[in-house]
Design a protein around this ligand. Sequence first.
Ligand code: UDP
Length: 329
Amino acid sequence: MKVLVTGGAGYVGSVCAHVLVEEGHEVTILDNLTTGNRSAVPEAATFVEGDVKDVIADVLAGADFDAVLHFAARSLVGESVEKPDEYWHDNFVTTLTLLDAMRSHGVNNLVFSSTAATYGEPEVVPITEDMPTSPTNAYGATKLSIDYAITSYAKAFGLAATSLRYFNVAGAYGAVGENREVETHLIPLVLQVALGHRDKIMIFGDDWPTPDGTPVRDYIHIRDLADAHLLAMETNQSGSHRIFNLGSGDGYSVRQVIDVCRTVTGHPIPAEVAPRRAGDPATLIASSEKAQRELGWAPSRTDLETIVSDAWAFTKNLGSAAHSARRVR
Ligand code: UDP
């Protein structure tokens, strides 16, 4: 298929782009490189640098794409609480622009990169897709609103769409892993401590209603996540908007993640408790049964040690040079 990947220079988008290329698809990547890396773009892909909202009509015009995988977005919970305006514009308004451009150019197949943050603080876990959605931050709210828009476009205009609600994506695939200029995610930050680029990891609160007082998350391997995107794209049906949760089905606390990182890296990884981070829910664990049943998705790297080991291999390879050249924030 001929596929446009927006945000295909970012962590999740670029791994999906690599897998698409490996599976024989023709890939174009559209990315403004604000948070993405040009080096993460597969060599075989065509690369267009730009903002979706500005250039999408030009990119789609006459190109005859079969599908769009839409990753380009702002995705930091804490930042979205402080700068909701930027999240509503860059996520919601931009995606509406994309939906309208797809409609005008006859591109009908969409896979949308969504998030567990659409659920907010769940009453029970694991979270299934029919549970109430009540986001606790602007990031989750923008992604949920986009789902409403996609559902109505599917119904009215025959769009064939799937939203994939990721839980905590981690790990690496080959030469692609988490490599952001400003890193806020737990596993890459902990590994930076092991690499000697940070003194310690801050634990954002140990007074949460969880077994050890630190927040619990469901970590999913980036390569398993990529598989789900290809399955969704290949099975999308006109007029239907499917929503699937993607996780491994197991919850790990922040302290447990740090312990697994200690085992994998052999580094003591000092940790210190800090105040809670705004917008964080206590526990997020996915039920991915629907994706396994309806998409035929079969995640095979669900063990946290495998996820951390792959992330660690990537982080070490990235090398001290790349990390020390960059300001660690
Ligand atoms: N976290 C932490 N210290 C950090 C970064 C994250 O304690 O330096 C916690 C964060 O509060 C959350 C969990 O780790 O409970 C996962 O956070 P991350 O930012 O990786 O993903 P999120 O769950 O926000 O998507």
